[in-house]
Design a protein around this ligand. Sequence first.
Ligand SMILES: [Zn+2]
Length: 412
Amino acid sequence: MGKIYLVDVTNRDGVQTARLGLSKLEKTMVNMYLNEMGVYQSEFGFPTTRHESNYLKANLELVEMDVIDSLRLEGWIRATVGDVDQAFRLVPQLKHLNLSISTSDQMIEGKFQGKKDKRDIIASMTLAVDRAKELGAESIGVNAEDASRTETDYLLEFATAAKERGAARVRYCDTLGYDNPFTIYESCKTLAKEVGIGVEIHCHGDLGMAVANSIAGARGAIDGGQDAYINTTVNGIGERAGNADLLAVVLAAKKSKGFADKYELGGNVDLAMSWKIAKFAAYAFGIPIPINQPGVGANAFAHESGIHADGVLKDPENYELYGYEELGLGEPVLVDTGRQICTGEYSGISGFRHVMSQIEEVSFANDEEARKVLELVRYANVESQHPLVEDELLFISQYPDIARKLLTFTPE
Ligand SMILES: [Zn+2]
C-alpha cells in the first residue's frame, strides 16, 4: 500500500506569487520549520536564479551539517538542458530536482506559439532528465504543467518517457485549479496504474478545491498502486487563489471521515508545529492568517452561540474535530504595551544585547562577539524590512557562517 508524502512548495510557488515574497533568511526558517515538522521535502527555490545561489548553497550546507536532518531540499527549474546546466553551474551540490514543462495543447500552442510541438516537449524533458542524471542528480521529478487540461494519452506517454529515463516521480499539475475531486482521482489513478510511477499532486484553489483535490488525487495514486506526494504551501499561499494549505492537507488526511484507515501519511508529521509555522509565515509574508483558517484561524476553536458553547464545555468533541493542543496552540500570546526595543538595520550594540539577553539559548562572551552577530542581524533586516523574530535571531547567533552566506549578494 502506497503512502502520502508532503512536498512543500512555499519557497517556490509561494514566493513567486504576485505581491508576495520572503527574504533568504525567512526562506531558510521555513525550511528549518518544515524539517522540524517532519515534512518530506521542500521545493526550496530556483537554482537558475543568481540571487538564490548563496541561499541554496547555504541550505544544502545545513543538510551536510545535519541541522536539516530529514527534509529533502529540491530545486525547481524548466525541463531544458540549458536550465539543468545553469542550475548545476550555480549550485553544483544540488541533489534533488523537479523539471517542469507544459503538456496541454492550450499551453503548447499558447506559450510556444508553434515553436514546439508535442514531440519536442517530450524530447526536451527526456534530454533534461538525462543531463540532470549525468550531472549528479539523485532524484528527479518531472512536472507536467497544466496536466489537468492535457489529453490523457499524451500525459501517459509523457510520464512513461520520464520513467524510462529514470525520473522518480511525475507531478500532475492542476495549474489552474480546474479539476474536481472526482476527475483528479481518476487522472492520478490512471497515471499511477498505467505508468507505474509515483505521482505528485499539485493543486490550486481557483475553484476552492485545492485541499479536497489533493486528497482525492493522493487516493487515486495509491489506489493505482503508487506513493502519492502532495504539494502544499504554508497558509495556502501561492499563485492567484493559492495552493493546498499544508495544515489543512494534514488535517484532511488524518481527521476526515475514514480516510486515515486506508491512506496513511508517510514519515512522522508533527502537528504540534502547525501554529508555529503558520504564525511565522503570516508574519514573514505580511499576510494575516484568515479568522476562519482551518486549525490556526482565530475562530478555529472559538464558540459563542449558546448551544455550541454549552456543548463544547460539556465535551469538546461535541463541536471540535480535533484539539487545539495537538496543533501547538494554547499558550497565551503576550503583547508588550510598554517600552519595546527592536532590532533593525540601524540597531546599536546596547539595544541588541538587551534583545538577545531575553533569548535563553544565547549568551555572548563579550561585546566583540555580540557585534559580529549584530552586523549579520542588521543585514538580515535590510533584506526583510521588519524586525526579526526570536527564532531568526537565534538562528543567526547559532549559525553565523551560514547566515553570512545567505545574506551575501553579488550582482553581476
Ligand atoms: Zn503552482
